[in-house]
Design a protein around this ligand. Structure first.
Ligand code: FAD
Ligand code: NAI
Length: 475
């Protein structure tokens, strides 16, 4: 006799585990199936985000930033340190322990919320009598049923055609997070989010880093003024970014990798490096789900087809997160998970795609929400812009990090905030204020009139809002 559940979630990443918890809070009998294994073969829920994504990358960004500060910035504060060394094994062990704390935290949350966790691969077997039968293939094989199924199977790194990841010399995000020694020379293909974050980690630790980007524009989805400012900072740091390249043959051997490419001028080039990270986007993952058994529809990219409410082509089957359309972000997956659980309960769960923030955790950090100036121009929207540089912010000066700016874009007539763009120190935290403001349909003047603590970086947000009306007080 199969165990019967109201809701079965397949995938325990940020989309799936949050959906499971919310569904359990709403009174459903919930199962969550996740197949990720830790180094000992045990369960490691949390998906890409926890195991090889958001969390470990931020742990390494933090370690490498400390290293860079000790080497380059402590002296400005009168602190002398000599012979600063990086113990890569220790840094990786710390990262692994941060990951484990998060894995364990999720298992604890499942217990607390009475979510039944299954460690193994979940796949459809059949649909019968208003429920779906799901096979769980783990240490043992069992069968469970669910009236509602939430698919949250995530995504995998895209490989270059004909160049498979060996995770020794040709690395995906997985291998990039466990390089055992600082490579002398490192190449990355793709100067998107992973390229910049992982490129920064290994550059700070001493690698000579070159990023090869196919597009002629740097960070095309980012506001142009902000992207330009960020590029200037990366150039100064020695992060070499070549735009408009065409990658040709990639030859990987035990000793390293050789990448043939054509540069923006059309000249043939060759780059010989110790390691290559391929960060050219991710592909939705439905491997092993056996969706064919029940007629689950996929689009041409392999993503599960869903409507605005995350309903798939099948009754009572929902899909969320990286495996469906929309930005591949952990917080987007989580919001969809909550919304779907609430819809199953007959409530009106909603995700506002216009206010999903983006953050790139480089130094300077880059963060934004809403539309860019180039998008507003293309859409023919009349807007006003206001910017404020961190150079004129007292807290940034005290921190010793005055790179970048905050930029507001507001409707020319109504003053409603249409987009906020930031590059600079700790803007990953500052962006929340802009998200809240946009959710509440605030005007730039609303932010300009709110009291912000002094001295704080958030004063740059207030000042940029004031700048929309050309009345900054400190610049
Ligand atoms: P996933 O996290 O991919 O989880 C899917 C889970 O389902 C996995 O555990 C997988 O093993 C499991 N699974 C798949 N198929 C089955 C099956 N048939 N049966 C059982 N289990 C199955 N996003 C951010 O918002 N901020 C960041 O800072 C950030 N940094 C990132 C850094 C890197 C290096 C990478 C690669 C990604 C990063 N992301 C970041 C993106 C983020 O990780 C994803 O958007 C997020 O993990 C998607 O969540 P998900 O739940 O949809 O899928
Ligand atoms: P990406 O989409 O951010 O960037 C890929 C880059 O590779 C693009 O600039 C693209 O033009 C380039 N590219 C594609 N094919 C190429 C080729 N053949 N040759 C040269 N360049 C090529 O993808 P990335 O960096 O792999 O990250 C995947 C996703 O993971 C991100 O889009 C994001 O959703 C998520 N992520 C989020 C993070 C965050 O929120 N801080 C951090 C890391 C990843």
């Amino acid at each position: 006799m199969s165990q019967a559940f109201d809701v079965v979630v397949i995938g325990g990443g940020p989309g799936g585990y949050i959906a499971a918890i919310r569904a359990a809070q709403l009174g459903f009998q919930v199962a969550c199936i996740d197949e990720w294994k830790n180094g000992k073969g045990g369960p490691a829920p949390g998906g890409t985000c926890t195991n090889v994504g958001c969390i470990p990358s931020k742990a390494l960004l933090q370690s490498s930033e400390h290293f860079e500060h000790a080497n380059k910035h402590f002296a400005d504060h009168g602190i002398s340190v000599s012979d600063v060394k990086i113990d890569v094994a220790k840094m990786l062990a710390r990262k692994d322990s941060v990951v484990k704390q998060n894995n364990d935290g999720i298992l604890y949350l499942f217990k607390k919320n009475k979510v039944t966790f299954f460690h193994g691969r979940g796949s459809f077997t059949k649909a019968e009598a208003g429920a779906y039968e799901i096979k769980v293939a783990g240490a043992k094989e069992e069968s469970i049923t669910g009236k509602h199924i939430i698919l949250a199977t995530g995504s995998n790194a895209r490989a270059l055609p004909g160049v498979p990841f060996d995770e020794e010399t040709v690395l995906s995000n997985d291998g990039a997070l466990r390089v055992g020694a600082v490579p002398k020379k490192l190449a990355l293909i793709g100067s998107g989010v992973i390229g910049l974050e992982m490129g920064s980690v290994w550059r700070r630790l001493g690698a000579e880093v070159t990023i090869l980007e196919g597009l002629p524009t740097f960070l095309g989805a980012v506001d142009e003024q902000i992207a330009k400012e960020a590029k200037k900072a990366f150039d100064k740091q020695g992060l070499k970014i070549e735009l408009g390249v065409k990658v040709g043959e990639v030859k990987a051997g035990k000793g390293g990798v050789s990448v043939a490419y054509t540069n923006a001028k059309g000249e043939a080039q060759q780059l010989d490096v110790d390691k290559l990270i391929v960060s050219i986007g991710r592909v939705p993952n439905t491997i092993g789900l056996n969706g064919e058994a029940v007629g689950l529809k996929l689009d041409e990219r392999g993503a599960i087809v869903v409507d605005d409410d995350c309903k798939t082509s099948l009754p009572n089957v929902w899909a969320i997160g990286d495996v469906v359309r929309g930005p591949m972000l952990a917080h987007k997956a989580e919001e969809e998970g909550v919304a779907v659980a609430e819809r199953i309960a007959g409530q009106h769960g909603h995700v506002n795609f216009n206010t999903v923030p983006w953050v790139i955790y480089t130094s300077p950090e880059i963060a934004w929400v809403g539309r860019t100036e180039q998008q507003l121009k293309a859409d023919g929207v009349a807007y006003k812009a206001g910017t404020f540089p961190f150079l004129a912010n007292g807290r940034a000066r005290a921190l010793g990090d005055t790179t970048g700016m905050v930029k507001f874009l507001a409707d020319a007539k109504t003053d409603e905030i249409l987009g906020v763009h930031m590059v600079g120190p700790q803007v990953s935290e500052l962006i929340s204020e802009a998200v809240v403001a946009m959710e509440f349909k605030a005007s730039a003047e609303d932010i300009a009139r709110i009291c912000h603590a002094h001295p704080s970086l958030s004063e740059a947000t207030k000042e940029a809002a004031l700048a929309v009306d050309k009345r900054t007080l400190n610049f």
